[in-house]
Design a protein around this ligand. Structure first.
Ligand code: HAM
Length: 413
């Protein structure tokens, strides 16, 4: 049987084929996400992978609602696998906001599910690094998140030659829409059309815009003007003060497809334009109020960075580090009469925190050595007697004989 289309199998290195997904690479990405988020003072949270369907309908916008992986459970509840983390975060924050000092800075690495057409950079399941700030209305928080986004990608060794953050403003777009006579009920449709401008036939976009009372020329002129609002100029100034100005630019092509954004919005793209967006985010000041039925009203903002496009970009730029197993020690059992003494040693080494392997069954010494080398063990340890061990450094080939009781301490050094 095969896996479902759009779902990935993750293998340990060495991966079986060039297009297999590597669990070691995934771990490298997750470790970096966690490390950078924690350096910025963010705390990790998680939520359930299934939520009530209603949490997503109306709140996320039509595009995501069309892609929901939803079903009726055995208790006749309408539920959905989570297509994004933001509604769950809004629900969790609204429920226990008093427990936490504001602003709340939280991150998570959920696996998300969207029933979309499988294509390059888009699957039916992906992992997404989410970082959000809750309870701060000032643009200083938007800048802090953008700096975290930039530093996360820099920690993965991407430079300003590799990616750029394209910064825009929902508020600026809303002013444009209202001043141009747009009807409130059409706002979401308008955002969706602008969001797809780069991907859709201009004639199709033009027709859709005309129905809302706009011409594609008007929209393009607004994009080309590229005049930053005061708020966007302040955010850029803050990013420049950190020495990160080369990583960001104003670009009104960005508007974001999701319905709930209210202020600054942004996406990060690879600079060669070969891939879909790596990151998308922005401010969503009304979502918590909406999700809590008006009980809690807190400003909020955040971004999501997907692992699929990111892994493709890292591979494209040759930035995947050497991955694979690295053992500390391999205990060779050359003489089966010493198996029990060897097992005692394996146990000691593992208790000392050393990653240790040994042959489960009788095996030829050269096979054992090959296994030790394949798993990049640093030390090969072989008992000559129940109390004496030969310890060989497989990198330098140097060898010493020491009492069994001293092996763990010697290897730890
Ligand atoms: P989003 O733009 O829908 O935003 O997704 C963010 C990122 O997740 C995308 O830029 C992309 O890298 C990745 N992604 C999305 N869908 C797929 C897919 N089907 N396959 C692979 N990767 C995908 C959100 O989800 C917002 N909730 C982010 C956010 C957090 N806004 C505020 N806080």
């Amino acid at each position: 049987m095969k896996g479902l289309p759009g779902f990935r199998d993750f293998y340990p290195e060495p991966i079986p084929t060039a297009d297999s997904w590597s669990l070691d690479l995934r771990r490298h990405i997750f470790d970096t996400w966690r490390g950078t988020a924690e350096r910025y003072g963010f705390r990790e949270y998680d939520g359930p992978p299934i939520e009530e369907l209603e949490l997503y309908t109306k709140k996320s916008g039509d595009e995501i609602v069309d892609q929901l992986y939803n079903f009726t459970d055995k208790g006749d509840r309408n539920v959905s696998l989570r297509p994004e983390m933001t509604p769950t975060l809004a629900r969790m924050a609204a429920a226990h906001t008093r427990n936490y000092k504001k602003p709340i800075k939280w991150f998570s690495i959920p696996q998300l599910f969207r029933y979309e057409r499988q294509q390059k950079g888009r699957l039916r399941e992906h992992f997404q690094f989410n970082a959000d700030i809750i309870g701060e209305a000032h643009w200083a928080a938007d800048a802090e998140l953008i700096a975290l986004l930039i530093d996360t990608l820099r920690d993965l060794k991407l430079t300003n030659n590799d990616f750029v953050v394209r910064l825009s403003s929902r508020r600026a777009w809303q002013d444009f829409f209202e001043n141009g006579g747009g009807q409130e009920k059409d706002t979401c449709d308008f955002y969706q059309i602008v969001d797809k401008l780069d991907r859709e036939d201009p004639a199709v976009s033009g027709d859709k815009l005309a129905k809302l009372g706009f011409s594609i020329g008007q929209v393009n002129d607004f994009i080309e003007s590229g005049q930053p609002t005061d708020e966007l100029a302040a955010i850029i100034g803050n990013i420049e003060a950190r020495g990160l100005g080369d990583f960001i630019k104003i670009d009104y092509r960005i508007i974001r497809g999701l319905a709930y954004y209210t202020g600054p919005v942004y996406e990060a793209f690879d600079k060669r334009g070969k891939f879909r967006a790596i990151v998308g985010g922005g401010r969503y000041d009304h979502l918590i109020k909406l999700v809590s039925g008006g009980k809690t009203d807190l400003p909020a903002l955040g971004f999501g960075m997907g692992d699929v496009v990111l892994a493709e970009v890292l591979k494209d730029r040759g930035l995947v580090p050497a991955l694979g197993q690295t053992l500390n020690a391999f205990v060779q059992i050359a003489d089966e009469s010493l198996r029990n003494a060897s097992l005692g040693l394996v146990q000691q080494l593992r208790q000392a925190g050393l990653a240790t392997e040994y042959p489960l069954l009788k095996a030829k010494p050269d096979k054992q050595l090959k296994r030790a080398l394949d798993s990049k063990a640093k030390w090969l340890v072989t008992l000559d007697t129940p109390t004496q061990a030969r310890v060989k450094n497989l990198e330098t080939r140097g060898e010493i004989t020491i009492p069994l009781v001293d092996v763990a301490a010697a290897l730890q050094d």
